[in-house]
Write a protein that binds this ligand. Structure first.
Ligand code: SAH
Length: 219
């Protein structure tokens, strides 16, 4: 149930569901998703359209959504430096680390950020991925500008600070909308001071929240 064959079957389903970018499919084939999920749910780790709990009331996105987001962020070309906001289990960040030069991932829940760091750095040894416990809505100015920014939690509006951290020619992908209402994947492409927006698939993400949790916070 956690074998490479199961993973390849998931990739075939993603292909049938319309994911065309072979580089994205190869990255999805490379990341052992069952390591990012609580053991009780591991048997469903490769169901391509299922979101699963990861603790702190959050969920890991379904593989199909991760693949779509990655496809939009990549646009068929290489990505230099990418920022993921709301890295949760670290799965989306690990997929990005297989096709970008450098990945910065930010999570507001300390427990999730630490568990994700253990997985991606110690277990999977993804040396080009850095996990931070911080409020991602401020971006990560010290590492900006980014060639791509992926926001993994729903937002009705995009903070100016994030747009400012997008490199010229950069791409920002986010689920636009509010929790419980319709959300759509949105792609924003920067050319100089112009930001061109396009709307894509309907999705369902947990909301982005302000601030980070502190170590003493109740679970
Ligand atoms: N991409 C993740 C799943 C995303 S769930 C994965 O692959 O597992 C959305 C995550 O966004 C949650 O873990 C939530 O805690 C986080 N989040 C919400 N608002 C945030 C903020 N302002 N800064 C950083 N993380 C945030």
């Amino acid at each position: 149930m956690t074998s490479e064959r199961t993973r390849l079957r998931m990739v075939e389903r993603l292909r049938s569901a319309g994911i065309q970018d072979e580089v994205v499919l190869a990255a999805m084939a490379a990341v052992p998703r069952h390591l990012f999920i609580e053991e009780a749910f591991a048997s469903r780790a490769y169901d391509f359209d299922v979101a699963l709990p990861i603790g702190c009331g959050q969920t890991i996105s379904q593989p199909l959504t991760v693949a779509r987001v990655t496809e939009l962020a990549r646009a068929g070309g290489p990505i230099g430096k990418v920022l993921e906001i709301g890295s949760g289990s670290g799965y989306q960040a690990a997929v990005l680390a297989h096709l970008a030069r450098e990945v910065y991932a930010v999570e507001r829940h300390k427990e999730l950020a630490e568990a994700a760091r253990n997985r991606v750095v110690r277990q999977l040894r993804l040396a080009n991925l850095r996990m931070r416990h911080a409020d991602g809505l401020k971006g990560l100015p010290e590492a900006a500008p980014f060639d791509a920014i992926v926001i993994s939690a729903a937002l009705p509006h995009i903070p100016d600070e994030l747009l400012a951290q997008l490199a010229d020619g950069g791409r920002l992908v986010l689920p636009r909308g509010t929790a419980g209402n319709e959300q759509r994947l949105c792609l924003i492409q920067r050319t100089g001071s112009r930001f061109l927006e396009s709307t894509h698939d309907a999705v369902r993400f947990v909301p982005a929240l302000l601030g980070k949790t502190v170590p003493s916070a109740r679970r």
